[in-house]
Design a protein around this ligand. Structure first.
Ligand SMILES: [Zn+2]
Length: 290
């Protein structure tokens, strides 16, 4: 069945039924979730993200929701993975762990992990148990070991004691910064760096003054502040406080103005969903990235 041809309601109805009857390796559920994400349809259900949709509307646990979404990303990236999940060559947990591995490697490697390497690793994962797969991925990883959990404890006189470990070379670089900032301890360095950042932000804020133009897409800082305050710093559709954007209620492309009454706060996803409803999926596809 081509999911792209289903209407919004049928898509979600079918998906909910499939979740109820789900066998452990249900590949088509992942395909349905992928389609819900492509349409940003979770916004219609007042969900802040596809993750929230999986938990609230489909009833998954947070861990299961994360597994599904990771598996979804993997098959978008490597279509071969779809077949392998379908035939049971790799299970969804391994698919999900592999996607987390890719995300993590991409953060640390100079170049993103190449598609050929992804495919090679995917083939090596074939038929492995979860433990074996975990060991294999650990061997392939070039990312530094994860830092140990950071602990924080309140002590006397409104002070907190923080304990964490870090890479030795990072520590050396920090001690070099101590000299640059005239700090005599790491604590003093952090405080001075924080102050320097705040000053930099202030300078940027006041050096950007431009004349107001209500036909421009740029929203003057004053208007922006008013709209954010009016909408209480959250998405007016789903209530999310993350990835907030200023949305032109009547789009600029059809004559909407950059004035307070034509602006509202939405999250990135609700904004995209509106655009899909307003302009159509086909027009929006080129702006929708994963
Ligand atoms: Zn939203």
């Amino acid at each position: 069945m081509n999911l792209k041809q289903l209407d919004d309601k049928t898509l979600v109805f079918n998906l909910q039924n499939k979740v109820r009857l789900e066998p452990k390796t249900g590949l088509d559920i992942i395909e349905y979730i992928e389609e819900v994400f492509r349409r940003r349809l979770f916004s219609d259900y007042h969900c802040k993200s596809i993750n929230a949709f999986c938990i609230k509307i489909l009833g998954y646990s947070p861990a299961e929701a994360a597994r599904k979404i990771n598996a979804c990303r993997l098959i978008q990236d490597i279509p071969e993975a779809k077949k392998m999940i379908g035939t049971g060559d790799i299970n969804q947990t391994i698919a999900s762990n592999f996607q987390s591995f890719i995300n993590n490697e991409n953060k640390y490697r100079t170049n993103p992990i190449a598609i050929t390497e992804k495919k090679t690793i995917l083939n090596e994962l074939k038929g492995k148990s979860c433990n074996e797969a975990e060991r294999l991925l650990a061997e392939k990883s070039q990312a530094p070991q994860k830092p140990t959990h950071e602990t924080k404890k309140k002590i006397k006189n409104n002070r907190v004691s923080i304990h964490f470990t870090m890479d030795e070379s990072e520590y050396e670089q920090l001690t070099e910064k101590m000299e640059e900032f005239g700090a005599s301890s790491i604590e003093e360095l952090f405080i001075k760096m924080r102050k320097a950042l705040d000053t930099k932000k202030e300078i940027r804020k006041y050096s950007k003054k431009k004349p107001d133009n209500i036909k421009s897409r740029n929203v003057p800082a004053m208007v922006k502040r008013k709209v954010f305050a009016r909408d209480k710093n959250k998405c007016v559709i789903c209530g999310s406080k993350r990835n907030l954007e200023l949305d032109h209620i009547t789009p600029i492309s059809v004559g909407g103005l950059t004035v307070e009454s034509n602006l509202r706060i939405t999250c990135k996803f609700c904004n995209t969903r509106n655009a899909i409803v307003f302009l159509g999926q086909n027009k929006m596809n080129r702006f929708i990235n994963r």
